[in-house]
Structures are given as C-alpha cells and as structure tokens.
Design a protein around this ligand. Structure first.
Ligand code: ZN
Length: 151
C-alpha cells in the first residue's frame, strides 16, 4: 500500500540478513496507520530534503527477527502499543546521513521519538533509527558509536 509519495507499507517488512523470518510478519491496520504518520511527518519530509532514495533497512520485526538481529528486548521495531520504528539509510555517500540526522533534529523534531545515528568504527554512518514519539521516547536525538571490539 502506498503510504506517501515515496514510501510503501511493504518496504517496512524487510531484512537482508534474515529474509526467511519475514514470512510471519504482518502489518495490522494500526501498524499501517502508525507507518503512515511516520512517513507523512518524518520520512517523506526527509526524503524530499535528501533528494535521493531513502531505503528502509529494518521496519517491523517479530520477536524471532528481533532476537536474530540482537535488537533491544522492548525494541520499538516490535510495534507494541504506540511503538513504531524504522532504520533508514541511503545507497551512496553515507556521510550525508549526518545531514539527514540534523534535518530530523532541527526541522521535524516534534515528529520524532528517537533519531539515533549509528556509526561504523570508521565514523562513517550506517543508518538512522527513526521512531514515532511515545510516552517513553520523545525528541531524543543521539549518535551511537560502535564499542571497541564490536562491528
Ligand atoms: Zn532501529
């Protein structure tokens, strides 16, 4: 289902590493509504600003997929209650994700629960975790640096 100009609901059921775990993941009506709000208020404005494809690398996860990718136990990717999150990235010029993160923080902050910019050891960005605001998280902007020894 087309949610906004450049985002479809199908894009939010994705895993490059564990495609077999996607079969059991279904989007409920409420999930579609949350994704629509996430796209309408944060991801589509970001896409328009970046002027390049914004790729969803992780959207809704099942418990099995969340465990497989070692997500937090109460990850926003599980879409429980009002939780709704997506990891987004771009194809080339990954340093542009610094700009994307600043856009979320300064232009559409009220649409954001958490916007976490994940970096590799080289300080090259990997992706941005973007979630809807909830009682638990609202307007949290941070940068996650890999631990020594991690990847
Ligand atoms: Zn995430």
């Amino acid at each position: 289902m087309q949610l906004t100009k450049n985002f479809k609901s199908e894009e939010f059921i994705v895993s490059k590493q564990f495609p077999l775990l996607l079969e059991e993941i279904k989007l409920t009506k409420f999930d579609l509504y949350k994704l629509y709000i996430l796209c309408k208020t944060a991801l589509q404005p970001l896409r328009d600003f970046m002027q390049c494809p914004v790729i969803v690398s992780s959207g809704k996860r099942s418990d099995a997929l969340n465990d497989a990718v070692r997500g937090e136990g109460c990850s926003e990717h599980l879409f429980r209650g009002y939780f709704c999150a997506a990891d987004v990235t771009i194809e080339t010029q990954l340093e542009e994700l610094y700009k994307a993160h600043r856009f979320l923080e300064h232009v559409v902050p009220s649409s954001i629960g958490r916007a976490i910019l994940y970096l590799r050891k080289s300080n090259l960005p990997k992706h941005i975790h973007v979630s809807l605001p909830t009682e638990k998280y609202h307007h949290v902007f941070s940068i996650s640096i890999p631990r020594i020894g991690g990847k």
